[in-house]
Design a protein around this ligand. Structure first.
Ligand SMILES: CC(C)(COP(=O)(O)OP(=O)(O)OC[C@H]1O[C@@H](n2cnc3c(N)ncnc32)[C@H](O)[C@@H]1OP(=O)(O)O)[C@@H](O)C(=O)NCCC(=O)NCCS
Length: 378
């Protein structure tokens, strides 16, 4: 696929930082970081190339492909295609970022055309796009959920509407400034522990789930894919097993980041019924990311979400002090989770639109290669 002025290329994923393919991989990560920082007004959510590499190398359950657009040999845009290994799953996730000074030349269209063609060729007919929408003075486009909206005049909004995507959900990004008031967090934790009562206890670990809890964590991770509000996105169940939890944790251990987990134990059954995770960068000057939080439906209403989050936050301050903030993402319609976060002091700082397009059906597409270069392996 060629177009005057730029060419598309699929990148080979390097085996490790510094190995063949690393310079291009890093350049593509830098494009994503630049565009995301523009959308959020800063780099707090940026992952380094080294931090994201492990998930690119771990393709067993969530295959991903990385494409770039080059102009004069320089990478100026990237496109990501992601799906689940299960061929019966009809969803694919697409992301495209074009450097600001290279927009309106058809690069975004060319990347989307190619990624959508791959999806059609694989019969993945339900296409999902998550993208940051910076605030702007503009009429609003409201999400199908009725909660949240994005500026209608934004380029990404016009672009996605033009391609037939529908705004299903708005996801709020929030920040908690650190250090937070220790008395407030302790009060919240104690109140939540009293409400939860003696049937529940909190277990904590870092990076690797204890072997006797792997099966429970697999259930929680599976339920995370269906129990979090996903509006009209209808995101599919992604099944985890204990073996997968171990394998994914081993893969993640190659990242410079570490994970702090707090889990809720239901004493009468001896099972884990909830968990929350913080992803901590090595550098103390960078923000911590709040990752998954889930309490199984049948154990909700006992303040376990607040208990888990307050406990994990106290651990963070004790074991890894000095980070400036914690960042989190929540669906605008997820009032229970937003309330927990607001009680802890999280404040809104941005938003992402979650868009979906249901395509018509398989088309014959040259999905195996892109551009004149095809798959680059050097
Ligand atoms: C959205 C984005 C990918 C578009 O990339 P691009 O290379 O500028 O897109 P194109 O040049 O192919 O634009 C295609 C059409 O989208 C619409 N569009 C794109 N930007 C627009 C803008 N600023 N205002 C109005 N319409 C716009 C137009 O209809 C345009 O066609 P036209 O130029 O012939 O009028 C780019 O703005 C971007 O990277 N934004 C930040 C990241 C992001 O939000 N990605 C979106 C989905 S993952």
């Amino acid at each position: 696929m060629t177009d005057p002025g730029f060419e598309l290329d699929e990148l080979f994923i390097p085996a490790a930082p510094g190995k063949p393919g690393w310079a291009d991989f890093e350049a593509a990560a830098s494009v994503a970081a630049t565009v995301e920082a523009e959308g959020y007004g800063g780099h707090e959510l940026t992952l380094s190339a080294a931090e994201s590499l492990p998930e690119w190398l771990n393709q067993t359950w969530q295959p991903r492909r990385l494409f770039v657009a080059r102009q004069d040999g320089r990478i100026v845009a990237r496109g990501v295609y992601e799906t689940l290994a299960d061929e019966s799953i009809t969803h694919a996730w697409i992301a495209v970022q074009v450097l600001a000074d290279r927009r309106r030349h058809g690069i975004g269209t060319a990347l989307f055309d190619h990624l959508e063609a791959i999806a059609m060729a694989e019969s993945r007919l339900s296409l999902i796009v998550y993208t940051v929408s910076p605030e702007a003075e503009s009429p609003r486009l409201h999400a199908q959920t009725g909660f949240g909206s994005v500026p209608l005049g934004n380029p990404e909004v016009k672009f996605l509407i033009g391609r037939g995507y529908r705004l299903e959900q708005v996801v709020r990004t929030s920040r908690l400034d650190l250090p937070c008031d220790p008395d407030t967090v302790e009060r919240l934790r104690v109140t939540a522990a009293l409400k939860a009562g003696p049937d529940y206890a909190v277990l904590c670990w870092s990076d690797h789930t204890p072997p006797d809890r792997l099966a429970d964590l697999a259930v929680l991770r599976t339920r995370m894919t269906t129990d979090a509000p996903s509006a009209g996105l209808e995101e599919p169940e992604d099944v985890w097993t204990a073996a997968r939890v171990t394998a994914e944790e081993n893969a993640a251990a190659q990242s410079p980041r570490s994970t702090l987990t707090a889990a809720a134990l239901h004493r009468p059954s001896g099972r884990l019924v909830g968990f929350t995770e913080l992803s901590v960068p090595q550098e103390t000057a960078r923000a911590v990311l709040q990752e998954d939080t889930l309490v199984l439906r049948e154990h909700r209403g006992h303040r376990l979400g607040l208990l888990l989050k307050a406990t994990n936050l106290q651990r963070l301050e004790r074991e890894r002090p000095g980070h400036p903030s914690v960042m989190t993402f929540n669906a605008e319609e997820n009032r229970p989770m937003l309330s927990v976060n607001e009680a802890m002091g999280f404040r809104p700082m941005g938003q992402e639109g979650a868009w979906r397009k249901c395509a018509a059906g398989p088309v014959s597409a040259a999905a195996g290669s892109a551009g004149t270069g095809g798959r680059t392996d050097s």
